[in-house]
Write a protein that binds this ligand. Structure first.
Ligand code: PAF
Length: 279
């Protein structure tokens, strides 16, 4: 696996990798890799001739009081995991490489960027879309792979790609869960064993909504109620949002059709976790 630290190097390597019409798949990450990330790499390997990944803890998507400084970093371990999965190119730029002094341009997806996580994390999606657009310009992938766990991120990146006519296909891969249902996340590393148990309430709450849906309920307010009730029952968990929304517009729906997104975010201890299901 070739590791590139500069934009120039990575761009050259990616162009060479795509020569002769080879299909280049790209998995952008912030590192601290888990099975969820590896499932994206495997999906890229299945559908593409060459796989590239990036590890970059993007400062612009963290708010001033968020966990940028303590975000888990495990570069050597990540590198080994990616190598084992057959990744050929790894982009690992510094902050200065990605955002040289004086950088002042960003990508904003109006509307969507202020919904769900965007509402409670102002500026978060602007940081995500800016860095993903920059990464796409460096790597020029044919296909890029994202986890469905960040369903709002997927919707916003799809919209950005559509609005800016970026020639890249976006593939969302299913959420990978621990055996007990907890959605895999790099931030799970912050949880102690009690919080780890408390965090299971997110999945339980989603399962209550699913049960209701399978029982024939189609009214969003009635579907969301048992989910919110489940979270309220876990006193130490603070709900941020529990919403039923259109997966493309992220707008709340009243009558729930198949394919609708049920998304939750909650804070366990000091760790903000997200999860979702598609009905
Ligand atoms: O999902 C993530 O890990 C990040 O938001 C991404 C897409 C790598 C951009 O920094």
């Amino acid at each position: 696996m070739r590791i590139c630290y500069t934009i120039e190097e990575m761009r050259e390597e990616c162009r060479a990798a795509r020569s002769g019409g080879k299909r280049l798949g790209f998995v952008p990450t912030m590192g601290a890799l888990h099975e969820g990330h590896l499932s994206l790499v495997r999906a890229a390997g299945d559908g593409c001739d060459v796989v590239a990944a990036s590890i970059f803890v993007n400062p612009t998507q963290f708010g001033p009081n968020e966990d940028l400084a303590k975000y888990p970093r495990a570069f050597e371990r990540d590198q080994e995991l990616l190598e084992k999965e057959g990744v050929e190119l790894l982009f690992a730029p510094s902050v200065e490489e990605m955002y040289p002094a004086g950088s002042g341009t960003s990508v904003i997806v109006e509307g969507l960027g202020d919904r769900l996580d965007g509402r409670s994390r102002p500026g978060h999606f602007r940081g995500v879309t800016t860095v993903v657009a920059k990464l796409f310009h460096v790597v020029e992938p044919d296909v890029a792979f994202f986890g469905q766990k960040d369903a709002a991120q997927v919707a916003i990146i799809r919209r950005m790609v559509r609005d800016l006519n970026l020639p890249v296909e976006i593939v969302a891969c299913p959420i990978v869960r621990e055996a007990d249902g907890l959605a895999m996340s790099s931030r799970n590393a912050y949880l102690d064993s009690l919080q780890r148990r408390q965090a299971l309430v997110l999945h339980r709450a989603l399962m209550r909504v699913k049960e209701c849906w399978e029982g024939g309920e189609r009214d969003a307010a009635k579907l969301v109620a048992p989910g919110r009730e489940e979270i309220a029952g876990e006193k130490s968990v603070r709900l941020d949002y529990f919403e039923i929304v259109n997966p493309d517009s992220l707008c709340a729906v009243e009558n729930v059709a198949e394919g609708t997104l049920v998304a939750v975010a909650a804070v366990v201890g000091t760790t903000r976790l997200i999860d979702n299901i598609v009905l």
